[in-house]
Ligand binder design. Sequence first.
Ligand code: RIB
Ligand code: CA
Length: 312
Amino acid sequence: METQQIIIDTDPGQDDAVAILLALASPELQVLGLTCVAGNVALNLTTLNARKICELAGRADIPVYGGCDRPMGRALITAEHVHGHSGMDGPDLPLPDMPLQPVHAVGFLIDTLRSAPPKTITLCPLGPLTNIATAFARAPDIVTRVRQIVLMGGSHFKAGNVTPAAEFNIHVDPDAAAMVFASGVALTVVPLDVTHKALVTPARNAAFNAIGTAVGRAVAQLTAFADRYDSTKYGAPGAPLHDPCVIAWLLAPHLFSGRQINVEIETSSELTMGMTVADWWGVTDRSANALFLGDVDAEALFNLMTERLARL
Ligand code: RIB
Ligand code: CA
């Protein structure tokens, strides 16, 4: 089996936490490190939550780096109303013993991409794209060394979740997103169009809990907490599980479908700031820059996640 080396850029976040656990449970993936960014909550909490999750998985060996504490050109917008004040309400996880790495996340991204053979590392951003774009701006030479970027963000048919037009990760740092989408790196986008089909129904949440381990119980608590907000907001039979879809695509891309299209980012209009303008119907002559996913086999997705999480 070919092991894919990945760096997860993250703002945990209950769904980030499940994505990290899924990656750590999957032997196809070698997690080189977690680079944390301000997003769902402030940076001091996303770095704390990332280390709590690594220790829950028994993986205190995974290096965790603190990154950018605010977007490139705008004030930080957080989402405590969705994730709770800790940013990862739900399970009561102990404070971590593992330290935060002394190197800044942007420096880690640059150094790691420069020292690794070209096109061998996949970046998996699960939050605002501030760390990635800052690394690209500071060290343009690393852009062509990235194997691919698989990110959770954006929306087309599902509109926005933080404004009527924009999804949270892109809206928080639209300038960073515009840089990443224009970088020329092979890009797979996991938008709300897909994640709103990955709903944590009561049966799926029960299946997480039935794993019967500390990880299973924690994942059930993590996904139940997110449900209290999202399912009432969307009137759906469960909350969308966003970030794990990024890892699941790496593990089982056949469960997903999408189109290679042009996607641009709105960075001028305050009304639609951070909107992903996806040319799904090919009505422009703008060149394709992303595989924009549109569908997922949700039952198979949750079966995969439950089977993998049971391994931790
Ligand atoms: O819009 C959903 C995204 O915003 C997810 O990554 C969630 O964790 C938040 O960061
Ligand atoms: Ca996230």
